[in-house]
Design a protein around this ligand. Structure first.
Ligand SMILES: Nc1nc2c(ncn2[C@@H]2O[C@H](COP(=O)(O)OP(=O)(O)OP(=O)(O)O)[C@@H](O)[C@H]2O)c(=O)[nH]1
Length: 471
């Protein structure tokens, strides 16, 4: 089972979902473009809600990518986690310095264009770091948990440090950086500024490089492409918008939200699918671990664990428990005459008939060893146990499996039966020993028959009290 996403190919449905998301964004951008400069309603709480949700989404994406790195050792994941960590920090700065959110001009002594410079750092940093991650795609995984933790932590710390340094520089250099805005809320001449055009070019180039290099083979490739495209649309619409709280500005912010959530959505859906697959695999493994590989009935280990539990339960609830030991007659001759493969098939068919003959949910059959099976029948008194044993013997005989001698008797089984209500002191082995001794008798008395042996008896008890008879 695939533990990480590195080689997880995108299915047709996942590709279709990504294509639809990209198409909706592009169509939306084209439709909005002619109205981008139209002034919209100023919704003051929009910016804090938008920036907070983006910062959280980017941070969560970074964290989930980091866990993918911890599991796989692939540097591409930690490089992508760096891109998201960088962005998450830049978005927080962007919010702090944004005019009109916490104060008229923004916190940290921001100038009127500081938030735009930080936004440029955010968009360019994300695109560049995502492109840089491409270079690490083919790198072999880092071996060793400590090595992974140290290298990964250093890279993440480096990207966070870089983001803090660049954003702080944007705040500190508010008077040195080129002026991008014409008024406090409008930035019409921004589109002509080389800084913004450069960032737009970086975003577009990063998207193209990603598509060309990855060919969108894996799930991560596909949704990262959607995130990069959304980042470019954010920049393009912001360029066309001209002013804060215009139609284009709102549309650009929505594109930024798509950019922040595209990979996160994929990671969350894949994480829950992985849990589902893990649970299924665990269930299958558990089922496999209690089954006998040859016959498919429960194995000896399962019997050894469950039988004492059934025994104690019978003591506690004061009901009888029947045990049948079923042994194939002259099986050595069968093997010698027909070969071990035929012998295996014979055991499989006998096991199938035995389990198919049990109807109550708590009855079970296990392979006790070699050509011997054990059947446990809780709440079954001696009379019902003998009836059941005889029914099983007959069922095997009715199969009419040809025996080792051509034209001779068919395959048969001998069954030793023991059933009893117990003293609390009686060890579980006593009942098994009684069934074994009954089996010995059945063999000695000519085989293809059922014999019984009294199991450990109670000192004084009405018997049976709750016993259920087999129909
Ligand atoms: N094909 C096959 N044979 C098995 C398997 N396990 C045990 N056997 C064979 O079962 C045979 C058991 O032989 P014995 O213990 O002498 O018993 P028997 O020939 O059945 O004689 P009785 O029990 O006295 O009727 C041996 O030849 C084992 O090799 C198995 O998984 N597959």
């Amino acid at each position: 089972m695939q533990a990480t996403l590195i080689q997880l190919s995108a299915t047709k449905t996942q590709r279709a979902a990504a294509v639809i998301a990209a198409a909706v964004m592009l169509c939306g951008a084209v439709l909005v473009w002619p109205h981008a400069r139209a002034q919209g309603v100023v919704v003051q709480p929009f910016m804090p809600i938008f920036a907070t949700s983006v910062a959280i989404a980017e941070g969560l994406t970074g964290f989930l990518l980091w866990t993918q790195f911890r599991a796989s050792g692939r540097l591409i994941f930690v490089a992508l986690a760096c891109a998201y960590a960088f962005t998450s920090v830049a978005v927080v700065f962007h919010l702090l310095v944004y005019p009109g959110v916490f104060s008229a001009n923004g916190l940290l002594g921001a100038g009127r264009q500081t938030s735009i410079w930080i936004w440029l750092i955010w968009r360019a940093g994300y695109a560049l770091l995502a492109a840089l991650a491409l270079a690490l795609k083919a790198r072999p995984p880092i071996e060793g948990r400590t090595k992974r933790r140290i290298r990964g932590s250093l890279m993440i710390a480096g990207s966070i440090g870089l983001s803090i340094a660049l954003c702080s520089a944007a705040v500190a250099g508010r008077n040195l950086l080129p002026d991008l805005v014409s008024t406090a809320s409008a930035y019409h001449h921004l589109s002509a500024h080389p800084a913004l055009l450069t960032v737009a070019a970086i975003c577009f180039a990063s998207f193209c490089a990603h598509v060309l290099v990855t060919r969108l083979r894996t799930l991560v490739d596909v949704w990262l492409a959607v995130a990069l495209l959304a980042g470019f649309i954010d920049v393009a619409l912001t360029l066309g918008a001209g002013a804060r709280y215009s139609v284009g500005w709102y549309a650009a912010r929505i594109a930024a939200m798509v950019s922040a959530n595209a990979v996160l959505g994929m990671l969350m859906s894949e994480t829950s699918r992985t849990y589902q697959r893990l649970a299924d695999a665990h269930r299958a493994l558990q089922e496999l671990s209690v089954r006998d590989g040859l016959t498919g009935v429960f194995n000896r280990a399962y019997f050894d664990e469950r039988y004492p539990r059934e025994f104690m339960l019978a003591i506690k609830a004061d009901y009888p428990l029947a045990v049948l030991l079923v042994d194939v007659d002259h099986f050595k001759d069968y093997n010698d005459a027909l070969g071990h493969l035929a012998g295996d098939e014979c055991l499989r068919r006998i096991a199938h008939t035995l389990s198919a003959s049990l109807s109550r949910p708590n009855d079970f059959v296990a392979r006790y060893g070699g050509e011997e099976f054990v059947v446990v029948l809780p709440s079954c008194d001696p009379a019902a146990g003998m009836v059941m044993a005889e029914r099983l013997r007959q069922a095997i005989a009715d199969m009419a499996l040809p025996g080792p001698v051509t034209g001779g008797p068919c395959v048969t089984v001998s069954i030793g039966h023991a059933s009893s209500r117990f003293h609390a002191e009686a060890p579980p082995a006593t009942l098994l020993a009684a069934a074994d001794s009954a089996l010995y008798k059945a063999k000695a008395h000519g085989r293809n028959r059922v014999e019984d042996e009294p199991g450990p008896q109670p000192t004084a008890a009405a018997y049976p009290r709750h016993a259920m008879s087999h129909p």
